[in-house]
Design a protein around this ligand. Structure first.
Ligand code: PMP
Length: 435
């Protein structure tokens, strides 16, 4: 059994200087407590107690090539030899923008930011400027960053969520401006009829619909056949800007993200996470008529650290590795994920545990629930989260690091042996939970 005593000591020390001992509220793990890591290599991560884990958290998604990919680290080292930030342009960022244009269908023009949260804000501002309207539609359970105007109805309880067909806009944190509720219409995902009804009702005030093209922040729910296409058609009919938040799907489902795999092109999109192997860069991109509002200066977008050398270099190197791996690499990541996802299902049924596994493979979700399908956020409320937390701790003790909310990420660094080792650990963990 692993010991976590050195992590615990550091955590106790950290709480005196870092609020809550962490740098993001989403790292406040209680199972057993936040861990302190010393290094990552390939599919593995190591903590201060000397424990080695197969890592399926992968930095919450960015590490599509695994930890410390040599080509990424080398490229970053080369670039930062020249400096780190110019507050001016450099040639490398044109190269990165050109790659983005080449791969992402909606990317007629591109801007770089430092996080998905920031990129989301820019797209909503653009949509408002373009349409002259003020409100936007977001879907229950979707996450678009931690800022006031979007941290809404991420995980509302049954009591607060309101009626399914017209959910309440539920604030997620103390201190959030109440006024943001006026600018958002919250709807259940995967139900075109309800979207159409809302658009008929509010069409003259709705600037945008923002959606994760695969719902990755509660469960891992794929869009129903025709749902994304239907959103596209409705947006065209009602003059609404369609925004895909591909922070997770981007570069993970393939170089063009979900807009290539679904064949549906949004007006604007946000990419982040897997684009730069853990370096802090994101982008938003879109059709020229929208992005030109930024080009002309009519809409402001800025940021001190935008397109800094290290992050641009990391993104270029990551995309080059993905490009050179081509379809073969993409298919390998899908195949590994599917093998793990399906293997976990088989093991769970052997251990008489009712679990649901869902999602395409490069990322997927596991939950203890008797539901046979999760179609929208409210289904997630029927999942046994304490039991999943216990599974996560049991896996940690067996050298496998998971994300507490049920999501699993796969990287190009995982091997079939790693997958089999993980399945063995899962089998032991589930058996121990039975006894
Ligand atoms: N959108 C989506 C879909 C996300 O999953 C996330 C982060 N998990 C964000 C936006 C926010 O990105 P960041 O944490 O880089 O601000």
């Amino acid at each position: 059994m692993n010991s976590y005593s050195k992590s615990l000591k550091l955590y106790e020390r950290a709480r005196n200087s870092l609020a809550g001992g962490v740098s993001s509220n989403y790292r406040m793990s209680k199972q057993p407590h936040p861990l302190f890591f010393t290094r990552g290599e390939g599919a593995r991560i190591y903590d201060v107690d000397g424990n080695e884990y197969l890592d399926f958290a992968l930095g919450q998604g960015p590490l599509i090539l695994g930890h410390s990919h040599p080509k990424v680290l080398q490229r970053v080292a080369e670039e930062i030899n020249h400096g780190q930030l110019y507050a001016g342009q450099h040639e490398l960022e044109i190269g990165l923008a050109e790659k983005v244009q080449q791969h992402i269908p909606c990317a007629e023009l591109v801007r770089f930011t430092n996080s998905g949260s920031e990129s989301v804000q820019a797209t909503l501002r653009l949509a408002r400027a373009f349409t002259g309207r003020t409100k936007y539609i977001k879907f229950e359970g979707h996450y678009h960053g931690w800022f006031d105007n979007v941290l809404i109805s991420l995980q509302p309880s049954k009591d607060t969520a309101g009626p399914r067909s017209s959910p309440r806009a539920v604030l997620e944190t103390s201190g959030q401006a109440r006024s943001v509720q006026e600018d958002v219409v919250v709807l259940p995902w995967n139900d075109l009829e309800i979207v159409e009804k809302a658009l008929r009702q509010y069409s003259d005030v709705i600037a945008a619909i923002i959606t994760e093209p695969v719902m990755c922040n509660n469960g891992c729910i794929e869009p129903k056949e025709g749902f994304l296409r239907g959103l596209r058609d409705l947006c065209d009919r009602y003059g609404v800007v369609l925004i895909f938040d591909e922070t997770i799907t981007g570069f993970r489902l393939g170089l063009g993200g979900a807009q290539v795999s679904s064949g549906v092109t949004p007006d604007l999109a946000i990419f982040g996470k897997a684009m730069a192997s853990g370096f802090a860069i994101s982008l938003f991109a879109g059709k020229k008529d929208l992005m030109n509002l930024i080009a002309t200066g009519e809409v402001t977008h800025a940021g001190t650290y935008n397109s800094n050398n290290a992050c641009v270099a990391a993104a270029i190197a990551t995309l080059e590795v993905l490009e050179s791996g081509g379809d073969e690499l993409r298919e390998r990541i899908f195949a590994l994920g599917r093998r793990l996802r399906d293997g976990l299902g088989e093991i769970a049924s052997r251990e008489r545990q009712t679990v649901l596994l869902s999602g395409p493979g490069p990322m997927f979700h596991m939950a203890f629930t008797s539901l046979r399908e999760i179609k929208e956020y409210r289904d997630c409320l029927d999942c046994d989260t304490p039991k999943y937390s216990s599974f996560v701790k049991n896996m940690l003790d067996r050298g496998v690091r998971l994300i507490g909310r049920g999501m699993w990420y796969i990287s190009a660094a995982h091997t079939t042996t790693d997958i089999e080792q993980t399945l063995t650990a899962a089998s032991d963990a589930l058996r121990s939970m039975n006894s």
